[in-house]
Design a binder for this molecule. Structure first.
Ligand SMILES: NC(=O)C1=CN([C@@H]2O[C@H](COP(=O)(O)OP(=O)(O)OC[C@H]3O[C@@H](n4cnc5c(N)ncnc54)[C@H](OP(=O)(O)O)[C@@H]3O)[C@@H](O)[C@H]2O)C=CC1
Ligand SMILES: CC(=O)N[C@@H](CCC(=O)OP(=O)(O)O)C(=O)O
Length: 346
């Protein structure tokens, strides 16, 4: 059994990790942390865990966490993660970090969008953990930077087109909508019921959202040239889910049927990417609670643009599910172990 710690277990991605790991037959959760709820049974904080998790939350003391576990998920806000990850690595542990702290290859980009990096030397070895893009590098990684939720939905939507050189990368527009759990469990006025319910709004408009450079980093690697995109996130009054509608100008005349076939071929063998038949488009309702990314492809013949619609659950393929997928790859477990549950519908 692999002894696993969930650091930041009292947050939304932390409790999602606990939900998924409970059904993982090769893993024992041996340490869970929270600062505000340290000393409390985790099942008191999350009643969904009653009779399944008897553990007590403890505060984050990195050496003690490392004594209790061999594999560590850090589900902390950015900065809090890079304060503790180097200690885990020094003590011989492997880490999947769910924050943005180890997603960037260039510390200067991280500094521009976040703050100065505390251990920039680790960025060279950290692997951006999107299995459908770089599974081979994840296998031996000590440190995986688990991708952001919006980036996961956008990169998977565009990968086949960029790899085949079928779009002009300068024309990419990603219009994404997220459920409110994407903002985490911390109390914020903007996320109160009355602020969010019965409304639908764009935020961080004008290329200022922190996921913009992350998406650009990965799309640039796929395109083999620097890519700059227009990305606008929106907040939707639902708990979970991200729907991204991604547009780009085609560089060759292609029909919808041809592109659907190309996507089916590209993602054949990928257990968690589902290409929908021509004329069908994804819904967040059809991936809720599961590790799928559903893709639907259309061609607007009038404008010469391709439109890819992508749906994920932000807490699963957008965070905890992808983190477990990475853990499985890093430990030689079947990639889908603990992730085979179907979406919750209706
Ligand atoms: N929510 C989402 O859909 C996604 C989130 N992410 C990223 O994953 C990470 C976790 O997100 P999420 O679960 O939503 O966040 P939450 O705000 O829900 O949870 C944060 C967790 O971190 C703990 N924590 C906060 N500050 C500190 C600190 N200084 N030291 C130690 N522990 C601390 C909190 O513990 P407590 O408050 O109990 O003390 C809590 O357990 C973030 O970096 C986020 O950006 C990535 C993809 C998607
Ligand atoms: C709805 C909502 O607020 N979503 C969050 C998602 C960001 C996130 O998860 O941030 P990391 O890059 O640190 O993982 C946001 O827009 O800030």
């Amino acid at each position: 059994m692999l002894k696993v710690a969930v650091v930041g277990a009292s947050g939304y991605t932390g409790v999602e990790l606990l939900r998924l790991l409970h059904c993982h037959s090769e893993v024992a959760v041996t340490c869970i942390t929270s600062e505000q709820s340290a000393g409390r049974p985790v099942a008191d904080v999350f009643p969904t865990l009653r009779k399944r998790y008897g553990q007590i939350l403890e505060n984050l003391e990195p050496v003690r966490v490392a004594e209790k576990a061999d594999f560590i998920f850090t589900a902390l806000p950015h900065k809090a993660a890079m304060e503790v990850v180097p200690t885990f690595l020094k003590l011989g542990k492997r880490v999947v970090d769910l924050s943005a702290d180890y997603r960037f290859h260039d510390a200067a980009v991280y500094e521009t969008w976040y703050e100065p990096h505390m251990n920039p030397e680790l960025l060279a070895e950290a692997v951006y953990g999107l299995p459908e893009v770089r599974r081979d590098a994840i296998v031996d990684a000590r440190l995986v930077g688990n991708p952001g939720c919006y980036p996961t939905s956008v990169i998977l939507a565009l990968q086949p087109l960029l790899r085949h050189g079928l779009i002009d990368p300068a024309t990419i527009i990603a219009d994404s909508k997220s459920g409110v759990s994407g903002a985490g469990r911390g109390a914020k006025v903007d996320n109160l019921y009355c602020e969010v319910n019965e409304g639908f709004k764009a935020y961080s408009v004008g290329g200022v959202h922190r996921h913009t450079p992350e998406i650009e980093q990965e799309l640039s690697l796929l395109a083999g040239a620097k890519v700059t995109i227009s990305f606008t996130p929106h907040l939707v009054p639902m708990d979970r889910g991200i729907l991204s509608t991604v547009y780009a100008r085609l560089t060759a005349v292609k029909s919808r049927t041809e592109l659907v076939e190309l996507y089916e071929e590209y993602y054949e063998g990928e257990p968690f990417v589902r290409v929908l038949p021509a004329g069908s488009y994804p819904s967040t309702a059809h991936v809720r609670g599961a590790n799928f990314c559903d893709l639907g492809i259309a061609v607007d013949e009038r404008t010469g643009r391709v439109i890819v619609v992508s749906a994920i659950d932000n807490l699963v393929k957008g965070a905890a599910g992808q983190a477990v997928q990475n853990m499985n790859i890093m430990n030689g477990f079947p990639e889908g172990m603990g992730l085979e549950g179907l979406p919750l519908f209706p």
